[in-house]
Design a protein around this ligand. Structure first.
Ligand SMILES: CC(C)(COP(=O)(O)OP(=O)(O)OC[C@H]1O[C@@H](n2cnc3c(N)ncnc32)[C@H](O)[C@@H]1OP(=O)(O)O)[C@@H](O)C(=O)NCCC(=O)NCCS
Length: 353
């Protein structure tokens, strides 16, 4: 099979990767064939990539020239022993990359420049904090005239996702087990990225749940995960008074966030924060129709084995009424001697960690 068939990325995914990049690389030439390579902010919309810069800068000399814009995302470094116990040269990097080709055009119309710069502000400063960027505003008018704005309509787009698609199922299984074992901060997410790029790959043993659905060791890899997890937690007593945005932010900032999806929809979620010595577990939830089948227990076992949690000497959580679930996992109720919470506080102490 040709390599493109393994690694080619859809146009939509390629555009998303380019649009999400905070910095892209722009390669082009001047009219006298001096090569130009610049790291730059960029906005992708309407089938084109946009840049801005100073009217007097080097970019201004590249109008009309052919150009390539690239962006990439490193997913994980894979040492050789994760694939083959003996051979060195199978070591690899998993990544996604995109190159867009076209010719650079100058945008001269002031209103059009203002519209493009509004798109830059929406991407790079969505929180606002500035006067509306209007072409006729005395605050911006003259500056807009001086500023260089470039458009590169995308003539050709080339996206590549190198995520182990050329590997045998048993190699992928070994890779995912080893990533879980290594447990660098990006490794749980890398496992989920590998799984979604290789739907035929076996479910690693640590994600297997006897109830019929695989677990996920890194929620947040699908764009809808966050909103769905927050929805699942709606109305829970320990979150009363908190804004949904705060709950969402807490999930994004947690070193561990595990769960399960059914048909793409989050049906279970749990998270932990940890300094490596003490971990706190929060927001354990299973969707009602799925309760009582062992999913909550499986989720907790996965969370306790998560790289951010597994080395902690103490794992703590507070609960009002689900003590039997945690007691079965080794947690002890310490509320009788440590009344820091209105509900009982439980702790799992693990010697020698
Ligand atoms: C708690 C929760 C995550 C458990 O999920 P689950 O998939 O039903 O869990 P399991 O099937 O693995 O285990 C169920 C066990 O949990 C215990 N349990 C769950 N909720 C309980 C509650 N409110 N009171 C007492 N025990 C409870 C029971 O001991 C039950 O044991 P059983 O199987 O012997 O009846 C789920 O019920 C839930 O989302 N509840 C609402 C949110 C919540 O209370 N979260 C925990 C706060 S820290």
């Amino acid at each position: 099979m040709r390599k493109e068939a393994f690694f080619g990325m859809s146009r939509e995914d390629s555009l998303d990767l380019l649009a999400d990049a905070r910095v892209v690389h722009l390669a082009t030439t001047t009219p006298v064939r001096q090569p130009v390579l610049r790291a730059s902010n960029a906005v992708v919309m309407e089938g084109a990539v946009f840049f801005h810069g100073s009217g007097a800068g080097e970019k201004g000399t590249t109008v009309g020239m052919p150009a390539v814009v690239s962006a990439e995302e490193v997913v994980a470094e894979i040492p050789s022993f994760m694939i083959d116990a003996r051979r060195a040269c199978v070591a690899t990097t998993l990544y996604r990359s995109v190159q867009a080709h076209g010719h650079l055009e100058q945008v001269k119309d002031r209103a059009e420049k203002a519209r493009i710069l509004r798109a830059f502000m929406a991407k790079y400063q969505p929180e606002g904090g500035f006067e509306p960027l209007e072409a006729e505003s005395p605050l911006y008018g003259a500056a807009l005239d001086e500023m260089l704005v470039l458009r590169m309509p995308i003539e050709h787009l080339d996206g590549k996702a190198k995520l182990g698609q050329n590997r045998e199922p048993e190699e992928l299984a070994r890779m995912m087990e080893k990533l879980w074992e290594r447990g660098l901060p990006g490794d749980p997410r890398a496992i989920e990225v590998i799984r979604s790029a290789n739907p035929g790959a076996p479910v690693p043993a640590f994600l297997d749940w006897a109830g019929g659905l695989p677990l996920t060791c890194a929620l947040g890899t699908a764009p809808a995960d966050l909103a769905q997890a927050v929805k699942l937690l709606e109305g829970e007593y320990w979150l009363a008074g908190l804004r949904p945005e705060s709950i969402a932010r807490a999930h994004e900032l947690s070193q561990a966030w595990v769960g399960a999806r059914d048909d793409g929809l989050v049906i279970a979620s749990a998270r932990a924060v940890s300094d490596g010595k003490t971990a706190w577990i929060y927001d354990v939830v299973v969707d009602r129709p799925w309760r009582g089948r062992g999913l909550g227990t499986a989720l907790m076992r996965l969370l306790l084995d998560h790289p951010a949690v597994r080395s902690a000497a103490a794992v703590r959580l507070a609960t009002k009424d689900a003590q039997p679930l945690y007691a079965r996992l080794g947690f002890k109720d310490v509320s009788a001697w440590k009344r820091t919470f209105a509900s009982s506080e439980m702790v799992l102490e693990r010697a020698g960690r």
